[in-house]
Design a protein around this ligand. Structure first.
Ligand code: GLN
Length: 483
């Protein structure tokens, strides 16, 4: 049963081949047996899951239908879940039980999804290796000595290891697409504003976006359908109708114009990954797509701009964790300043502290114009590059990451080398565009992803291209040995 995709689960439940309760029990047992190797969960919600599964079975018995009704999923541990620990991967929130559900959580629960647990993540979603979690590193099921990517590494490892058919993630600079690439999954970062951020603990508010991680594009369509939509509680949520994503999967790719940016194939890209990307381009050409070389001239400025903007917003967002209202509080503070200082020094790990310092510096008087304002100007140039490119092409294609998954610990002494791994993903966040990563092959037994980017609100187009590709390739069906 654990090999089933969301789409297959929906059919199995509709045909009464098994109940949601049976499926939930099977997966919970599998998690108990296998997750100690991976560390992909922070909290399991067995009681909630069984209660939701029984309720979904009762709804089906009453004639209700729905692709998510009775489907087991996991939530990245930065989506607030009522009465359940929501840690954000941090000691700071180890004792925090959310007093409400995030919009994404309540929407999926209303659609009948069953929450098996909260998945591990980089602390406050800062990272690309899932090594900065207070709860320990997550292992990549394709090779337990390697990272699964981050920051949604727990969701990715759990889905790749068939502990869950799908899970939620968030993507501020690549945290859905990059772990999807490194674990052989399909992951979608929607257009900024497509999925509500209400109840999603903020890292960098102008970049954060929730989205689905699953094995196939078809399953991403199902999960996104349950997550997307206008939310009056989120002032950046956009009031655009949500199309039927599953209905968009079957469009023909005949005449689809795919742009391949020449800047993507510069030094820094593993040549074996470049070759796999070229192979996937040829595959799409066979399906009728027309390939065009394009240019994104400001791409080289994306990482420096991101690493000013994201830490600046993080330093502001994380100022609320002061040991007073919620979260970790130090023992016996001698005065208020001591309370703030020690609570934050004890509660936040080194990567989070580094980002807060960088962000506070970039925003400080005298430096704002030199750093933050400058970075915002670059952001506009990057967006303009995309707008120009999308006048000529329908989709932009390239690698998701420059390298396959690295060994746990390999980049610990050099955070900048980890930052460089986001080179292909960050631009979509700076511009607010939707992006998808899908499996494209293997290098040394480790998965490689191909990234597709589309104009605003064209998630359906991304899913369509990925689904057609997956009908003609079998990379996404491979599962890691031992799982
Ligand atoms: N790796 C990037 C960072 O550390 C992106 C993380 C994310 O998308 N949440 O900021």
């Amino acid at each position: 049963m654990h090999q089933l995709t969301l789409a297959e689960i929906a059919r199995g439940l509709a045909d009464k081949k098994f109940s949601s309760e049976e499926l939930t029990k099977t997966l919970l047992a599998r998690i108990a047996q296998l997750d100690p190797q991976l560390n992909s969960f922070i909290t399991l919600t067995e009681d909630l899951a069984l209660q939701q599964a029984k309720a979904a079975d009762a709804r089906r018995a009453n004639g209700e239908t729905g692709a998510l009704l009775g489907a087991p999923i996991g939530h990245k541990d930065l989506f607030c879940t009522l009465g359940v620990r929501t840690s954000c991967g941090s000691k700071m929130l180890d004792n925090f039980k959310a007093p409400y559900d995030a919009t994404v959580v309540s929407k999926l629960a209303a659609a009948g999804a069953v929450t098996l647990g909260k998945t591990n993540m980089d602390e406050f979603a800062m990272g690309s290796a899932n090594e900065s979690s207070y709860y320990g590193a997550v292992k990549n099921p394709w090779n337990l000595e390697h990272v699964p990517g981050g920051s949604s590494g727990g969701s990715a490892a759990a889905v790749a290891a068939r502990l869950l058919p799908a899970a939620t993630g968030t993507d501020t600079g690549g945290s859905i697409r990059q772990p999807a690439a490194l674990t052989n999954l399909t992951g979608l970062k929607p257009t900024y504003g497509r999925v509500s951020r209400w109840g999603m603990i903020a890292y960098a508010s102008s970049l954060d976006q929730g989205g689905p991680l699953a094995r196939t594009a078809e399953d991403c369509a199902i999960l996104l359908q349950g997550m997307a939509g206008f939310d009056p509680q989120d002032s950046t949520s956009i009031d655009e109708p949500v199309p039927d994503y599953s209905a968009s999967l079957n469009g023909s790719l005949q005449g689809l114009r795919i742009g391949v940016p020449k800047e993507y194939f510069s030094e820094g890209l593993d040549p074996r990954i470049a070759e796999l990307i070229h192979t996937s381009v040829k595959e799409l050409e066979k399906l009728g797509a027309v390939i065009k070389t394009i240019s994104l001239p400001n791409m080289q400025h994306a990482i420096p701009a991101y690493y000013v903007i994201a830490p600046a917003e993080a330093s502001s967002n994380l100022s609320r964790f002061d040991g007073v209202r919620f979260g970790h509080r130090c023992e016996d503070p001698k005065d208020l300043t001591d309370l703030y200082k020690r609570s934050r020094a004890e509660g936040f790990g080194p990567e989070v502290q580094r980002r807060i310092l960088v962000g506070a510096y970039a925003l400080s008087a005298g430096y704002y114009d030199a750093y933050y304002l400058q970075a915002q100007k670059i952001r506009r140039l990057i967006k303009n590059d995309f707008m120009t490119a999308f006048n000529e092409v329908d989709i932009i294609l390239g690698p998701t990451t420059p390298n396959p998954a690295w060994k746990i610990g390999a980049k610990n002494s050099d955070p900048v080398s980890a930052y460089l791994e986001d080179v292909y993903t960050i631009t979509a966040n700076l511009a607010g565009l939707p992006g998808l990563s899908m499996p494209a092959g293997f290098v040394d037994g480790l998965p490689v992803g191909v990234q597709l980017l589309a104009p605003y609100f064209q998630e359906g187009r991304l899913l369509n291209v990925a689904h057609q590709y997956q009908l003609h390739t079998d990379w996404h069906t491979r599962s890691p040995a031992g799982f």
